[in-house]
Structures are given as C-alpha cells and as structure tokens.
Design a protein around this ligand. Structure first.
Ligand code: ADP
Ligand code: MG
Length: 383
C-alpha cells in the first residue's frame, strides 16, 4: 500500500489523520550463521522490502494497534500502565512489546493509534518481526522525542522480541533494519554490538540475491537449535575460552585433540564461519560482490557437514541454484528448513528460479517461495 493509501486507511480505521508514517526494512544475512550466540560476526543487509506504520499520538495512555494483514479485525487495545512481560499474545506482542520495552528502559511513551502495513514476506527468513519492531520503535522515538540512538533502539526491539514475544533472538535483525544503507551491508560484531557499513552494491554489479523459502520446518528444528547452542557452549568451555569467537582457525588443531569428534565439528563450523565473514568483508572492500560466491558455497558445506543443520530441501535449493549458474548459494537461519540464499547475475535469475522450482517438483517437495532482494535503506520517517 502506498503512503497516501495507508494514511487513508488509518483515517478510516481510527477516525483521525496520522501524525506521520515510519518504515523499517526486513533483512537478509549474507554470511555468518550461528556465529551470533558465539559472540562472533554477521554480515546482514537491510532489504528494500519494508514495514510501514502510520501513527498518531493520543492524549491518554491507551494504545490501539491494527494491521492491514487482518483488515477486518478490531484493533488490539491495551493500557500502557497495565502492560506486563509476556502479557500480550499474537501479532500485537511485537508492537506492544516495543512500547513495553521502551517504558522498561525508562522512556515514557504516549498513548498511540498505530496501523501497520508491510511487504516483507512473513516467516521467510527475512525478519518481518524486526521490521515491525523497528518501524514502531522509530515512530515512537520520533513522536516522544526520546533521543535514543539506533543502537539503543535495536536493543529495544530485541527486548520486545525476547521478553514480550518470547523468542530468544540476538541483535542482528534489528541492527540491520536500523543501520542499513542502500548499496551496503552491515558488518556487526555481536560481542561489542559495534557495526560498520561495508559496500555491497549488488545493483551496480548487475547482481541480485535470491531468497528461496523452502516452506518447510522440520519437527526437530527447535530441539536441534538448542542442541547446537549447547555444543558450542561445551566446546568453548573445554577449550577454555569465554566464547567460540575467541578461537581462530589456528586453534583448530588443538581443538581436534581436546574435543570429542562431534563437538569438534560444531566448533569448526563456528570458527571457520567467523573467518568467512571477515574474508567477505575484505572481499567487498576490495572487489566486486561476485567474489563472495565461493565463501557462500563453503558456508553451506560447513553447515551441512560440520554443523549438520541442513535438510534435503535446503541442499536441493543450493545445488539446483549453483547448477543453474548462481555464483554462490547457502542455507540461512536456524536450519532444518527455512530459507536458502543464492547470489546471481540478474540475467541468470529466471533460469535459476525455474531450475529450483523444477528440482523441488521432481523431488516431490512443496513449491518454494522465491524472492529477489537488494540492499535498501534503514528505518526512518516515510511520510
Ligand atoms: P520472520 O522470519 O518473518 O521474522 P517471525 O515468526 O519471527 O518470522 O515473525 C513473523 C510474525 O511477525 C508474524 O507471525 C506476525 O505475528 C508478526 N508480523 C510481521 N509483520 C506483520 C504485519 N505487517 N502485521 C501484523 N503482524 C506482523
Ligand atoms: Mg523473526
């Protein structure tokens, strides 16, 4: 929906004009998987798909939230003084969680009417959740003039997601959504929270990043994720370091002696993946983004063989994309389903799409969702 249509929908829903519109993008992670909870590196970019919120300040302490995803539902209504941790369920936990988190951090929020609209695909690994949180966070910080920094706002989004929604996520998604710039990726150090923009002008290079949503989530995905986290903690403890981030590729010889075989492979994934993120930053500073290809391929092999979190659908997506001319491809996210990404020349995209669709059809998999994404602007006022 464009700005004028959203403002009109807001007026119809709430009977007043919005004070303004604020947008925040989804994100995709180029490389750096399962490194975040090991205090390591990630390299996401903000995508051009975004979530927009139309907002108006009220005189009381009531908040009403509504979404164009559910145009016929009555707005969800809450009293800012009665919000409690985990006390909101359903989609409204994201926007109300942001308000709760702001108040928890000592910033008084005004009562608000909010209408949310989005073109970020939901549940496809593009973090529509962070887009929603960050759109609300920038709207509220502008309207209430809290003077909060982007880094603080990322923390607010994370607090909302961890404590109101109940999802144990890191800081990557919100950081990318708030700090992204067109033609750039965000190199984030998950230990210090420091972020640096790195040039990634896919458009100028005639490239696109394809997101291939397998639309499956295997039943062991939650347990598998928790088990990987435990292996990483065990590996760090047995190697005598605070986090796997503190190991380098040069430490892997000793790790092979100290660690039991499976733990060693989990550790090797994280250590080599951190090195691949640093290599990717170096590649992007010096040459065309096409040079990222081999790093993506190595990342996938490491997740498939060492971390063992891939699945037949993800392997099929990656293999079919590479065979049809993708420069690099890998699975992303928690694993056991979800999405893969493929870096491709714009001219090769149609062939890659149909190759992946055909490979899924011949394997009797559910048809995948395929989206092209490009680095876009971070969160901000949209009207
Ligand atoms: P994703 O990978 O897209 O972040 P999540 O499960 O983390 O997937 O978040 C998706 C959830 O966020 C949706 O189920 C919904 O509750 C909420 N959400 C995202 N965008 C919107 C929107 N525009 N309107 C209402 N809810 C939304
Ligand atoms: Mg999410």
């Amino acid at each position: 929906m464009n700005s004028a249509a959203l403002a009109a929908a807001f007026a119809e829903r709430f009977g007043t004009e919005p004070d303004g519109l604020w947008s925040a993008p989804g994100r995709v992670n180029v490389i750096g998987e399962h490194t975040d909870y090991n205090a390591g590196f990630v390299l996401p970019f903000a995508i051009k798909h975004s979530t927009t919120v139309a907002a108006a300040v009220r005189r009381d302490r009531t908040v009403r939230v509504s979404s164009t995803f559910a145009p016929d539902d009555e707005p969800v209504e809450a009293d800012l003084d009665l919000l409690t941790e985990g006390g909101v369920h359903g989609w409204a936990a994201y926007p109300l969680g942001v308000l709760w988190a702001m108040e928890q951090s000592g910033h008084r929020c005004p009562g608000l009417d909010l209408l949310v609209d989005s073109n970020v695909p939901v549940g496809a690994g593009l973090s529509s959740s962070a887009a929603l949180e960050c759109a609300v966070a920038v709207a509220v910080t502008d309207l209430a003039q809290t003077g909060m920094s982007r880094r603080e706002l990322a923390g607010i989004g994370q607090l909302a997601e961890n404590r109101m929604v109940g999802a144990p996520t890191g800081i990557m998604d919100q950081s990318a959504s708030l700090l992204g710039k067109p033609g750039h990726a965000v190199f984030l150090d998950c230990r210090s929270g420091e972020a640096r923009l790195v040039p990634l002008d896919l458009e100028a290079a005639g490239l696109e990043l394809l997101v291939i949503d397998t639309r499956v989530s295997h039943s062991h995905s939650t347990g598998g994720y928790a088990a990987r986290r435990r292996s990483c903690e065990l590996g760090a403890e047995q190697m005598g370091v605070p986090a796997l981030r503190d190991l380098t590729v040069g430490d892997l010889g000793r790790a092979a002696d100290v660690l039991e075989e499976e733990t060693f492979r989990r550790v090797r994934h994280v250590v080599t993946e951190n090195a691949r993120v640093e290599a990717a930053v170096e590649v992007l500073t010096g040459s065309s983004p096409a040079a990222l290809g081999p790093l993506l391929v190595a990342s996938h092999a490491s997740m498939r063989d060492d971390f063992e979190i891939s699945c037949p659908e993800l392997d099929t997506a990656v293999e079919a994309a590479l065979a049809a001319g993708a420069l690099g491809a890998r699975m992303t996210g928690g694993g056991f389903g979800g999405s893969a990404i493929a870096l491709a020349r714009v001219s090769d995209v149609p062939a890659i799409r149909s190759a992946v669709e055909q490979a899924f059809a011949s394997a009797d998999f559910r048809a995948p969702g395929i989206f092209s994404v490009l680095p876009g602007a971070g969160a901000g006022r949209a009207g």
